[in-house]
Design a protein around this ligand. Structure first.
Ligand code: MN
Length: 418
């Protein structure tokens, strides 16, 4: 599919993240507009709430978009999702008969503040990137036992905290926690010294389910994708994670990019999962290309300094797709809701500059990375800004995600000192 031309001129640049082919959904506000639904087109945001109020969009008996989240649209189901995308495409396409009515409803993106695009009902994080699992397993347990025996048969995950998911631009406070190094006799209470990122994609469930669903059904249920940074306190994690997995190490915050890129926008970029070392059981067997060719990048900027790209990889490095993760999640009968967020797991490529966490990039702190400023880093230092970027490159156009940014703030003085 080539670039679809819009009468919003900035959207027609081959490198712009938000062409007519994309139409990602977000929640915005301005000095005069309270937070509600908008769609990105070029350098502008179409006020979808206003377009619905003006009668330019009419998909349900009651308004769907006069709220600061996209869950109401999700709950309408895939036919209505498609109807909205079709309608937006008509309204914003070059030569649209309704340009005169739509143009006054555009808000310059530079004047807008972006908010959480949906209400997160629950959050599950997976561990489905093979290179990442192998690297971390090698560091923690040695190369022979790097991949746990279940890893090639099920997408491993843990139940995270919806309450800790924040939108890009939110500062992240370094946590305190219980730490115990390998040579310490006893644990101690201290600020995290090995604060890290995880480069992930987040899949958003749009259609609820109540009981086991197939991989194909799961793919149909997914509403869209965001970039996701699963902030991780490695020293807290190393002490607490056995045998039930991470807990407080992952509960400080998880950042997501502000625009939901919908599945139709990503359709041209579908790609197959890798060769299977073991045949997967039927409930998660591959039934079509369900990963996507999305280029990913991480930059790090010390306070007041220019950013350095510290990693580049691709979402096609995953071993399990989000559809397989969602299908597996449902096997027990676990109900899934509109607004459920599934983290992919850290995405790392095969070589060193493709690693999606500082833990891997610095190999547990043994090989600090060098930034363009001349500084080195093993883990995040106070004031560092970490940015995830993602883009699928089409034929003369780009499907961008909007950056997922967070700055690390220093730990508070001991939070229990009263
Ligand atoms: Mn994670």
């Amino acid at each position: 599919m080539p670039l679809l031309k819009s009468w919003v001129a900035s959207a027609n640049d081959a490198n712009h993240p938000f062409p007519l082919n994309n139409l990602p959904y977000g929640v915005f506000s301005t000095d005069s507009i309270d937070p509600h639904c908008g769609v990105a087109i070029g350098d502008m945001i179409l006020d979808v709430t206003a377009a619905e109020a003006e009668g330019l969009i009419s998909l349900a008996d009651e308004p769907l978009f006069d709220v600061p989240f996209w869950n109401e649209l999700m709950e309408e189901g895939p036919a209505v999702w498609a109807a909205l995308r079709d309608r937006l495409t008509v309204l914003l396409a070059e030569g649209s008969a309704e340009q005169d009515r739509v143009e006054p409803l555009l808000v310059p993106m530079v004047e807008a503040e972006l908010h959480m695009p949906f209400a997160v009902s629950e959050y599950t994080d997976f561990y489905a990137g093979r290179n990442h699992a192998f690297n971390v397993g090698t560091m923690f347990r040695g190369p022979e036992n790097a991949l746990p025996p279940n890893w090639l048969h099920i997408p491993i995950g843990y139940n995270g905290r919806a309450s800790s998911v924040v939108v890009s631009g939110t500062d992240i406070r370094r946590p305190w926690g219980q730490l115990k190094g390998p040579n310490d006799a006893l644990p101690r209470w201290a600020p995290c010294a090995r604060f890290d990122i995880e480069l992930e994609m987040g899949a958003i469930v749009g259609t609820p389910s109540d009981g086991p669903i197939t991989v194909q059904e799961a793919d149909d249920h997914i509403f869209g994708y965001v970039l996701l940074n699963d902030w991780s306190a490695r020293d807290i994690q190393a002490w607490e994670y056995q045998p039930l997995g991470p807990f407080q190490a992952k509960a400080t915050a998880t950042s997501i990019s502000p625009w939901i890129v919908t599945k139709p926008a990503l359709e041209p970029f579908r790609t197959n999962a890798p060769e299977r070392e073991f045949e997967l059981l039927d409930h998660i067997k591959d039934c079509g290309p369900m990963l996507y060719d999305i280029e990913l990048e991480v930059t790090m900027a010390p306070e007041g300094k220019a950013p350095t790209t510290i990693a580049r990889t691709n979402y096609n490095e995953m071993y399990y797709s989000a559809a397989q993760q969602l299908a597996h999640h449902s096997t027990s009968g676990c109900p899934m809701n509109a607004g459920d967020l599934l983290g992919s797991g850290t995405i790392s490529g095969a070589t060193k500059p493709e690693r999606g966490s500082l833990l891997e990039l610095s190999w547990g702190g043994k090989e600090p990375i060098e930034l363009d400023s001349g500084e080195t880093r093993s883990f995040i230092e106070d004031g560092d800004t970490l940015t995830l970027k993602g883009a699928a490159k089409g034929d003369g156009y780009t499907i961008g995600f909007g950056d997922c940014v967070g700055t690390a703030l220093p730990a508070l003085k001991d939070p229990y000192e009263r």
